[in-house]
Write a protein that binds this ligand. Structure first.
Ligand code: SAM
Ligand code: SF4
Length: 332
Protein backbone atom coordinates (compact mmCIF):
# COMPACT_ATOMS: atom_id res chain seq x y z
CA UNK A 1 0.00 0.00 0.00
CA UNK A 2 1.42 3.47 -0.82
CA UNK A 3 2.28 5.70 2.17
CA UNK A 4 -0.53 8.09 3.14
CA UNK A 5 0.11 11.45 1.54
CA UNK A 6 -1.67 13.89 3.82
CA UNK A 7 0.68 13.82 6.80
CA UNK A 8 1.10 17.07 8.74
CA UNK A 9 4.17 18.36 10.56
CA UNK A 10 3.04 16.59 13.76
CA UNK A 11 2.84 13.20 12.02
CA UNK A 12 -0.96 13.05 11.86
CA UNK A 13 -2.30 11.64 8.64
CA UNK A 14 -5.61 12.74 7.24
CA UNK A 15 -8.07 10.23 5.87
CA UNK A 16 -11.33 11.84 6.91
CA UNK A 17 -13.11 14.65 5.06
CA UNK A 18 -16.28 16.42 6.17
CA UNK A 19 -18.17 18.02 3.35
CA UNK A 20 -20.65 20.79 4.05
CA UNK A 21 -23.22 20.79 1.26
CA UNK A 22 -25.05 23.93 2.38
CA UNK A 23 -24.88 26.52 5.14
CA UNK A 24 -28.68 26.91 5.18
CA UNK A 25 -30.79 25.38 7.90
CA UNK A 26 -34.47 24.95 8.67
CA UNK A 27 -34.07 25.37 12.45
CA UNK A 28 -32.06 27.83 14.55
CA UNK A 29 -30.19 26.07 17.39
CA UNK A 30 -29.01 28.87 19.65
CA UNK A 31 -25.50 27.39 20.05
CA UNK A 32 -24.95 27.44 16.29
CA UNK A 33 -27.03 30.05 14.48
CA UNK A 34 -28.30 33.52 15.21
CA UNK A 35 -32.07 33.72 15.68
CA UNK A 36 -32.65 36.21 12.89
CA UNK A 37 -30.74 37.91 10.11
CA UNK A 38 -28.68 34.86 9.27
CA UNK A 39 -26.25 35.54 6.46
CA UNK A 40 -26.06 32.68 4.01
CA UNK A 41 -23.59 32.17 1.21
CA UNK A 42 -25.13 33.23 -2.14
CA UNK A 43 -26.25 30.15 -4.08
CA UNK A 44 -23.78 30.78 -6.89
CA UNK A 45 -20.92 30.44 -4.39
CA UNK A 46 -22.03 27.01 -3.17
CA UNK A 47 -20.11 24.10 -4.68
CA UNK A 48 -22.05 22.06 -7.23
CA UNK A 49 -22.28 18.27 -6.92
CA UNK A 50 -19.76 17.95 -9.75
CA UNK A 51 -17.28 20.21 -7.92
CA UNK A 52 -17.76 18.30 -4.65
CA UNK A 53 -17.30 14.99 -6.42
CA UNK A 54 -14.14 16.15 -8.17
CA UNK A 55 -12.68 17.43 -4.93
CA UNK A 56 -13.57 14.20 -3.08
CA UNK A 57 -11.97 12.14 -5.85
CA UNK A 58 -8.74 14.08 -5.55
CA UNK A 59 -8.82 13.78 -1.74
CA UNK A 60 -9.40 10.03 -2.07
CA UNK A 61 -6.33 9.81 -4.30
CA UNK A 62 -4.38 11.39 -1.44
CA UNK A 63 -5.58 8.80 1.09
CA UNK A 64 -8.98 10.09 2.28
CA UNK A 65 -11.19 7.08 3.00
CA UNK A 66 -14.03 8.49 5.03
CA UNK A 67 -16.53 11.15 4.05
CA UNK A 68 -19.28 12.76 6.07
CA UNK A 69 -21.95 15.04 4.62
CA UNK A 70 -22.99 17.86 6.86
CA UNK A 71 -24.02 21.51 6.83
CA UNK A 72 -26.05 23.64 7.68
CA UNK A 73 -28.74 21.10 7.16
CA UNK A 74 -27.64 18.72 4.39
CA UNK A 75 -31.20 17.58 3.67
CA UNK A 76 -32.01 21.06 2.39
CA UNK A 77 -29.77 20.33 -0.57
CA UNK A 78 -31.98 19.20 -3.46
CA UNK A 79 -31.28 15.76 -4.92
CA UNK A 80 -28.85 14.76 -2.18
CA UNK A 81 -29.18 11.05 -3.05
CA UNK A 82 -27.53 11.88 -6.39
CA UNK A 83 -24.47 13.15 -4.53
CA UNK A 84 -24.50 10.17 -2.15
CA UNK A 85 -24.39 7.83 -5.12
CA UNK A 86 -21.53 9.71 -6.78
CA UNK A 87 -19.46 9.85 -3.59
CA UNK A 88 -19.97 6.26 -2.55
CA UNK A 89 -18.77 5.13 -5.99
CA UNK A 90 -15.39 6.89 -5.63
CA UNK A 91 -12.43 4.50 -5.57
CA UNK A 92 -10.88 4.42 -2.12
CA UNK A 93 -13.92 5.74 -0.24
CA UNK A 94 -14.73 3.09 2.35
CA UNK A 95 -17.19 4.96 4.48
CA UNK A 96 -19.83 7.59 3.82
CA UNK A 97 -21.95 9.07 6.61
CA UNK A 98 -24.23 12.04 7.17
CA UNK A 99 -25.07 14.33 10.08
CA UNK A 100 -28.58 15.82 10.00
CA UNK A 101 -31.01 17.57 12.27
CA UNK A 102 -33.58 14.99 11.17
CA UNK A 103 -36.40 17.48 10.60
CA UNK A 104 -37.13 16.32 7.03
CA UNK A 105 -35.46 12.95 7.35
CA UNK A 106 -38.64 10.85 7.32
CA UNK A 107 -39.28 11.79 3.70
CA UNK A 108 -35.65 11.43 2.52
CA UNK A 109 -34.41 8.40 4.46
CA UNK A 110 -35.45 5.73 1.96
CA UNK A 111 -34.02 7.49 -1.11
CA UNK A 112 -30.73 8.12 0.69
CA UNK A 113 -30.55 4.49 1.81
CA UNK A 114 -31.24 3.35 -1.74
CA UNK A 115 -28.41 5.60 -2.92
CA UNK A 116 -25.99 3.83 -0.54
CA UNK A 117 -26.08 5.78 2.72
CA UNK A 118 -25.97 3.58 5.83
CA UNK A 119 -24.42 5.58 8.65
CA UNK A 120 -26.34 8.49 10.06
CA UNK A 121 -26.02 10.86 13.01
CA UNK A 122 -29.24 12.57 13.99
CA UNK A 123 -29.02 15.66 16.11
CA UNK A 124 -31.40 15.63 19.09
CA UNK A 125 -30.66 17.20 22.46
CA UNK A 126 -33.86 16.42 24.33
CA UNK A 127 -36.99 14.26 24.37
CA UNK A 128 -38.96 17.20 25.73
CA UNK A 129 -40.89 19.09 23.06
CA UNK A 130 -40.79 22.39 24.95
CA UNK A 131 -37.03 22.26 25.49
CA UNK A 132 -36.54 21.27 21.86
CA UNK A 133 -38.41 24.43 20.91
CA UNK A 134 -36.38 26.53 23.31
CA UNK A 135 -33.10 25.21 21.89
CA UNK A 136 -33.95 25.18 18.19
CA UNK A 137 -36.47 28.06 18.12
CA UNK A 138 -38.72 25.75 16.09
CA UNK A 139 -41.46 23.26 16.98
CA UNK A 140 -40.15 20.26 15.05
CA UNK A 141 -39.55 17.69 17.78
CA UNK A 142 -42.11 15.24 16.37
CA UNK A 143 -40.60 15.53 12.89
CA UNK A 144 -37.17 14.52 14.20
CA UNK A 145 -38.71 11.56 16.03
CA UNK A 146 -40.43 10.50 12.79
CA UNK A 147 -37.06 10.68 11.06
CA UNK A 148 -35.37 8.50 13.69
CA UNK A 149 -38.12 5.90 13.50
CA UNK A 150 -37.98 5.91 9.69
CA UNK A 151 -34.24 5.14 9.84
CA UNK A 152 -34.83 2.34 12.35
CA UNK A 153 -37.52 0.82 10.12
CA UNK A 154 -35.42 1.06 6.97
CA UNK A 155 -32.43 -0.60 8.63
CA UNK A 156 -29.80 2.15 8.85
CA UNK A 157 -26.87 1.20 11.01
CA UNK A 158 -25.23 2.48 13.02
CA UNK A 159 -27.68 5.24 13.91
CA UNK A 160 -26.29 7.73 16.40
CA UNK A 161 -27.85 10.67 18.19
CA UNK A 162 -25.78 13.85 18.59
CA UNK A 163 -26.77 15.72 21.74
CA UNK A 164 -25.12 19.05 22.53
CA UNK A 165 -24.40 19.34 26.24
CA UNK A 166 -25.13 22.82 27.57
CA UNK A 167 -25.04 23.36 31.32
CA UNK A 168 -28.12 24.53 33.23
CA UNK A 169 -30.24 23.42 30.30
CA UNK A 170 -30.05 19.77 29.29
CA UNK A 171 -29.28 18.07 32.61
CA UNK A 172 -32.83 16.58 32.69
CA UNK A 173 -32.23 15.08 29.22
CA UNK A 174 -29.00 13.17 29.75
CA UNK A 175 -30.54 10.04 31.27
CA UNK A 176 -33.76 9.91 29.19
CA UNK A 177 -31.77 10.18 25.96
CA UNK A 178 -29.51 7.29 26.99
CA UNK A 179 -32.58 5.22 27.95
CA UNK A 180 -34.11 5.96 24.55
CA UNK A 181 -30.84 4.90 22.90
CA UNK A 182 -30.70 1.68 24.91
CA UNK A 183 -34.25 0.86 23.94
CA UNK A 184 -33.66 1.33 20.20
CA UNK A 185 -30.04 0.24 19.73
CA UNK A 186 -28.90 3.82 19.09
CA UNK A 187 -25.66 5.25 20.52
CA UNK A 188 -26.13 8.69 22.03
CA UNK A 189 -23.12 10.95 21.62
CA UNK A 190 -23.00 13.82 24.04
CA UNK A 191 -21.04 16.74 22.59
CA UNK A 192 -19.64 19.29 24.99
CA UNK A 193 -20.84 22.77 24.01
CA UNK A 194 -18.08 24.36 21.92
CA UNK A 195 -17.32 28.04 21.30
CA UNK A 196 -18.72 28.03 17.78
CA UNK A 197 -22.05 29.77 18.25
CA UNK A 198 -22.92 32.75 16.12
CA UNK A 199 -23.87 35.06 18.96
CA UNK A 200 -20.81 34.68 21.17
CA UNK A 201 -22.84 33.06 23.97
CA UNK A 202 -20.27 30.39 24.84
CA UNK A 203 -18.75 30.50 28.29
CA UNK A 204 -16.66 27.80 29.91
CA UNK A 205 -19.17 27.53 32.73
CA UNK A 206 -21.95 26.79 30.18
CA UNK A 207 -20.28 23.51 29.20
CA UNK A 208 -21.78 20.37 30.69
CA UNK A 209 -18.70 18.21 31.12
CA UNK A 210 -18.22 14.55 30.25
CA UNK A 211 -17.42 13.75 33.90
CA UNK A 212 -20.70 15.33 35.05
CA UNK A 213 -22.73 13.43 32.46
CA UNK A 214 -21.04 10.15 33.35
CA UNK A 215 -22.07 10.64 36.97
CA UNK A 216 -25.68 11.32 35.95
CA UNK A 217 -25.77 8.20 33.78
CA UNK A 218 -24.23 5.98 36.43
CA UNK A 219 -26.71 7.24 38.99
CA UNK A 220 -29.77 7.19 36.71
CA UNK A 221 -29.13 3.96 34.81
CA UNK A 222 -26.18 2.03 36.19
CA UNK A 223 -22.40 1.60 36.02
CA UNK A 224 -20.53 2.17 32.78
CA UNK A 225 -17.13 1.01 31.57
CA UNK A 226 -14.91 2.77 29.06
CA UNK A 227 -14.50 0.84 25.81
CA UNK A 228 -10.88 0.72 24.57
CA UNK A 229 -10.94 2.61 21.26
CA UNK A 230 -10.83 0.55 18.07
CA UNK A 231 -9.31 3.55 16.33
CA UNK A 232 -7.34 5.90 18.59
CA UNK A 233 -8.05 8.71 16.14
CA UNK A 234 -11.83 8.56 16.65
CA UNK A 235 -12.96 11.71 18.50
CA UNK A 236 -15.47 10.03 20.83
CA UNK A 237 -14.71 8.30 24.12
CA UNK A 238 -17.19 5.44 24.35
CA UNK A 239 -18.66 3.59 27.31
CA UNK A 240 -20.95 0.63 27.57
CA UNK A 241 -23.40 0.01 30.35
CA UNK A 242 -22.24 -2.85 32.54
CA UNK A 243 -25.61 -4.58 32.18
CA UNK A 244 -24.70 -5.11 28.52
CA UNK A 245 -27.50 -2.92 27.14
CA UNK A 246 -26.26 -0.12 24.95
CA UNK A 247 -23.44 2.34 24.84
CA UNK A 248 -22.90 6.09 24.90
CA UNK A 249 -20.12 8.30 23.57
CA UNK A 250 -18.68 11.69 24.48
CA UNK A 251 -17.10 14.26 22.21
CA UNK A 252 -15.27 16.26 24.82
CA UNK A 253 -13.42 18.97 22.94
CA UNK A 254 -13.32 21.10 26.07
CA UNK A 255 -12.52 18.66 28.89
CA UNK A 256 -10.58 16.05 26.85
CA UNK A 257 -9.28 17.64 23.63
CA UNK A 258 -8.34 15.05 21.03
CA UNK A 259 -6.31 17.27 18.69
CA UNK A 260 -3.19 15.10 18.86
CA UNK A 261 -5.05 12.31 17.09
CA UNK A 262 -6.99 14.47 14.65
CA UNK A 263 -7.34 13.02 11.15
CA UNK A 264 -10.00 15.40 9.81
CA UNK A 265 -10.25 18.01 7.11
CA UNK A 266 -13.34 20.03 6.28
CA UNK A 267 -14.60 21.72 3.17
CA UNK A 268 -17.24 24.41 3.58
CA UNK A 269 -20.26 24.82 1.33
CA UNK A 270 -18.47 27.69 -0.42
CA UNK A 271 -15.36 25.64 -1.07
CA UNK A 272 -12.96 26.67 1.69
CA UNK A 273 -10.72 23.91 2.97
CA UNK A 274 -10.13 23.93 6.75
CA UNK A 275 -7.70 21.85 8.81
CA UNK A 276 -9.62 22.37 12.06
CA UNK A 277 -13.11 23.31 13.23
CA UNK A 278 -11.49 26.16 15.10
CA UNK A 279 -9.03 27.25 12.41
CA UNK A 280 -8.75 30.96 11.74
CA UNK A 281 -7.30 30.54 8.26
CA UNK A 282 -8.71 28.55 5.36
CA UNK A 283 -7.76 27.70 1.79
CA UNK A 284 -9.91 28.72 -1.15
CA UNK A 285 -10.34 25.66 -3.37
CA UNK A 286 -13.55 26.82 -5.03
CA UNK A 287 -11.65 29.20 -7.30
CA UNK A 288 -9.33 26.39 -8.36
CA UNK A 289 -12.31 24.11 -9.00
CA UNK A 290 -13.81 26.79 -11.25
CA UNK A 291 -10.89 28.36 -13.07
CA UNK A 292 -9.66 25.31 -14.92
CA UNK A 293 -6.87 24.50 -12.44
CA UNK A 294 -5.33 21.09 -12.96
CA UNK A 295 -5.69 18.16 -10.58
CA UNK A 296 -2.05 18.67 -9.57
CA UNK A 297 -2.77 22.29 -8.61
CA UNK A 298 -5.67 21.18 -6.43
CA UNK A 299 -3.53 18.44 -4.87
CA UNK A 300 -1.02 21.14 -3.99
CA UNK A 301 -3.72 23.24 -2.28
CA UNK A 302 -4.75 20.25 -0.16
CA UNK A 303 -1.17 19.33 0.70
CA UNK A 304 -0.21 22.85 1.66
CA UNK A 305 -3.30 23.17 3.88
CA UNK A 306 -2.37 19.99 5.74
CA UNK A 307 1.24 21.16 6.01
CA UNK A 308 0.07 24.35 7.76
CA UNK A 309 -2.14 22.52 10.28
CA UNK A 310 -1.63 23.70 13.83
CA UNK A 311 -1.04 21.42 16.78
CA UNK A 312 -4.53 22.01 18.11
CA UNK A 313 -7.20 24.43 19.24
CA UNK A 314 -6.57 26.58 22.29
CA UNK A 315 -10.00 26.52 23.92
CA UNK A 316 -8.34 25.83 27.24
CA UNK A 317 -5.97 28.79 27.10
CA UNK A 318 -6.47 32.50 27.50
CA UNK A 319 -5.21 32.96 23.92
CA UNK A 320 -8.25 31.23 22.42
CA UNK A 321 -9.85 33.17 19.59
CA UNK A 322 -13.10 31.75 18.19
CA UNK A 323 -13.05 31.18 14.43
CA UNK A 324 -14.65 33.86 12.26
CA UNK A 325 -17.26 31.36 11.03
CA UNK A 326 -19.90 29.90 13.35
CA UNK A 327 -20.70 26.19 13.31
CA UNK A 328 -23.43 26.26 10.64
CA UNK A 329 -21.12 27.90 8.15
CA UNK A 330 -18.18 25.54 8.80
CA UNK A 331 -19.97 22.20 8.89
CA UNK A 332 -19.89 20.28 12.15
N1 SAM B 1 -27.68 20.44 10.81
C1 SAM B 1 -27.05 19.19 11.09
C2 SAM B 1 -27.15 18.85 12.54
O1 SAM B 1 -27.60 19.68 13.32
O2 SAM B 1 -26.76 17.73 12.90
C3 SAM B 1 -25.61 19.14 10.63
C4 SAM B 1 -24.76 20.35 10.92
S1 SAM B 1 -24.53 20.71 12.63
C5 SAM B 1 -23.47 22.10 12.57
C6 SAM B 1 -23.50 19.35 13.10
C7 SAM B 1 -23.45 19.04 14.58
O3 SAM B 1 -22.83 20.09 15.25
C8 SAM B 1 -24.80 18.93 15.25
O4 SAM B 1 -25.25 17.59 15.20
C9 SAM B 1 -24.56 19.37 16.67
O5 SAM B 1 -24.50 18.27 17.49
C10 SAM B 1 -23.21 20.03 16.61
N2 SAM B 1 -23.12 21.40 17.13
C11 SAM B 1 -23.63 22.52 16.61
N3 SAM B 1 -23.26 23.60 17.33
C12 SAM B 1 -22.48 23.15 18.33
C13 SAM B 1 -21.76 23.76 19.40
N4 SAM B 1 -21.73 25.09 19.57
N5 SAM B 1 -21.06 22.97 20.24
C14 SAM B 1 -21.04 21.62 20.07
N6 SAM B 1 -21.66 20.99 19.06
C15 SAM B 1 -22.38 21.73 18.21
FE1 SF4 C 1 -29.02 23.88 11.97
FE2 SF4 C 1 -27.45 21.86 12.75
FE3 SF4 C 1 -26.81 24.41 13.36
FE4 SF4 C 1 -28.89 23.29 14.54
S1 SF4 C 1 -26.75 22.62 14.73
S2 SF4 C 1 -28.84 25.36 13.61
S3 SF4 C 1 -29.67 22.00 12.98
S4 SF4 C 1 -26.88 23.53 11.33
Amino acid sequence: MPAPELVDTFGRFHDNLRISVTDRCNIRCFYCMPETEVEFVPRAEVLSFEEIERFARIAARLGVKKLRLTGGEPLLRKDLPVLVKKLSAIDGIEDLAMTTNGVTLASHAQALYDAGLRRINIHLDTLDRERFREITRRDDFHHVMEGIHACLRIGYGPIKINAVAVKDLVEPDIVPLARFGREHGIEVRYIEFMPLDAQGLWLRNKVLLQSEMLEMLAEGIGPLDEIPPQDVRAPATEYHFRDGIGRVGFISSVSRPFCLNCNRLRITADGKLRYCLFAIEETDVKTALRDGSSEEQIVELIRSTVARKWIGHEINTTQFVPPPRPMYSIGG
